[in-house]
Design a protein around this ligand. Structure first.
Ligand SMILES: Nc1ncnc2c1ncn2[C@@H]1O[C@H](COP(=O)(O)OP(=O)(O)O)[C@@H](O)[C@H]1O
Ligand SMILES: O=C(O)[C@@H](O)C(=O)COP(=O)(O)O
Length: 416
């Protein structure tokens, strides 16, 4: 029986939560878009990957509701709206509108907001989201190309984009355990609050929160809460899915401009063949440029380290590019080129794809036309190896800020 249905607003986020569900004993598949095929046998949880984080709210709502309907038809009882552990969503963002639409469709009037992921340094205290030791808006996320995060207050971020009021279950209440947190939910609900941000400074509060959320039909947040819900649902089993890719033609595609991806690209450039993906060429020469980049990759497939294509730039360069060409135009053109390159490379026998960036990974997977993934061994917390449902193609979809500096080489070091 399907125990948990997850609707993820991007594909890296989907693989992140799928990995934590798998690790915590739920047999999980990641489906790319609304599934058009039967699920593999013996699945406990499904993660539906959407690319809905940065599209128009009405479209994000429509896609999320279709995913919900599919999950309901598949017999799912509890639903999880997965968004980023850095709450990537500005005042014009989709987390509030999609949460409202899912609550309405389920006939519910209350849910939790829990992006915390302590293993990767995302914690919540007094409703403020921290990344490592600094507030979200000082973490580098204030310079994100599409969803610059300039505030760290989750209640304020949520209130700016959702219909209802956001309350807080603060640390002293979280520390009193699940029964008390359920009482806090009841009080907030009676006072007209529709969402509760739950402080989580470490995993102990996520365990409490998962227990307190047991009967909520909709929960929302990051993979930290996902892990603890999975542990409850599986009876604390441990997952045994630990495959890694075989050695084979591999490419690294990096379209993230996060602080960590900038470091990872710099580290990898020191050892691997690399080529910069120019925004101007993407805009002006789209398909031609993609063919040129793909040919360059093919010419380096036999090198010791897989060739790297990267659009990754630090904040000052990004600003200059966006001022010159516009944010939407440049990011869209770059995404399209990555997608076209990936498609060409797959046709030319590339079997292992390492992608950095949520939007980038989402468009690449969509263009590869892959319907879903089995979840393999973790390369870093929240970044598993994925194997396509029917075949021997492997992908790693790295969230912008996840992984250590040697991520790209480390991932290849895992090949069997
Ligand atoms: N050099 C660049 N100039 C402009 N936009 C860029 C550049 N490099 C990447 N981008 C865009 O920035 C966005 C990065 O988002 P994403 O792939 O989700 O990364 P992250 O996981 O760090 O959020 C993509 O839309 C990408 O096309
Ligand atoms: O929760 C997270 O941080 C990730 O799962 C996620 O959603 C990452 O998104 P990107 O940073 O845009 O890859």
């Amino acid at each position: 029986m399907l125990q948990l249905g997850v609707i993820a607003d991007d594909f890296t986020g989907a693989s992140d939560i799928a990995s934590f569900l798998t690790e915590n004993g739920l047999r999980t598949v990641q489906m790319n878009g609304i599934p058009a095929r039967a699920l593999p046998d013996g699945v406990d949880a499904v993660v539906i990957s959407l690319k809905s984080r940065s599209i128009a709210a009405q479209e994000a709502i429509a896609q999320s509701l279709s995913a919900l309907q599919w999950l309901q038809a598949a017999g799912c009882q509890q639903f999880f709206f997965k968004y980023c552990s850095t709450f990537d969503s500005t005042a014009a963002g989709n987390i509030g509108p999609v949460t409202d639409a899912l609550l309405d469709a389920l006939g519910e009037d209350f849910t939790v907001i829990s992006p915390a992921l302590p293993v990767n340094g995302r914690t919540i205290f007094n409703g403020y989201l921290f990344v490592g030791q600094v507030l979200l808006n000082e973490s580098g996320m204030q310079d994100h190309p599409i969803t610059p995060m300039r505030d760290a207050s989750l209640p304020r971020l949520m209130d700016a984009q959702a219909r209802g009021k956001t309350g807080l279950v603060a640390y002293p209440d979280m520390a009193q355990g699940a029964a008390h947190v359920r009482d806090c939910f009841a009080r907030l609900r009676a006072d007209g609050y529709r969402y509760a941000v739950a402080d989580s400074v470490d995993n102990a509060q996520l365990a409490v929160l998962a227990e307190a959320c047991r009967d909520l039909r909709l929960v929302t947040g990051g993979s930290g809460l996902g892990a603890y819900l999975a542990a409850l649902l599986s009876g604390s089993k441990k997952g045994d899915n630990a495959f890694v890719p075989k050695k084979g033609a591999t490419v690294v595609l990096s379209g993230s401009c996060s602080v960590m991806t900038n470091k990872q690209v710099a580290t990898y450039k020191a050892v691997a063949p690399h080529r910069f993906v120019e925004a101007q060429a993407c805009i002006e020469r789209g398909a031609d440029y993609a063919a040129e980049l793909a040919a360059w990759v093919v010419s380096h497939l036999d090198d010791k380290h897989a060739p790297l294509l990267y659009a990754t730039v630090p904040p000052d360069e990004l600003k200059a590019i966006q001022q010159r060409f516009g944010m939407e135009k440049s990011s869209h053109a770059i995404e399209q080129v990555f997608a076209a390159v990936a498609e060409k490379l797959r046709a030319q026998g590339v079997v292992n794809f390492i992608c950095a960036g949520g939007e980038t990974s989402s468009i690449v997977v969509q263009r590869l036309g892959v319907d879903g993934f089995h979840i393999g061994k973790q390369i870093a917390p929240g970044v598993p190896w994925l194997r396509v449902l029917n075949g021997e193609v492997y992908l790693a979809l790295k969230s912008g800020n996840f992984g250590t500096e040697d991520f790209f080489a480390y991932a290849q070091g895992m090949f069997a």
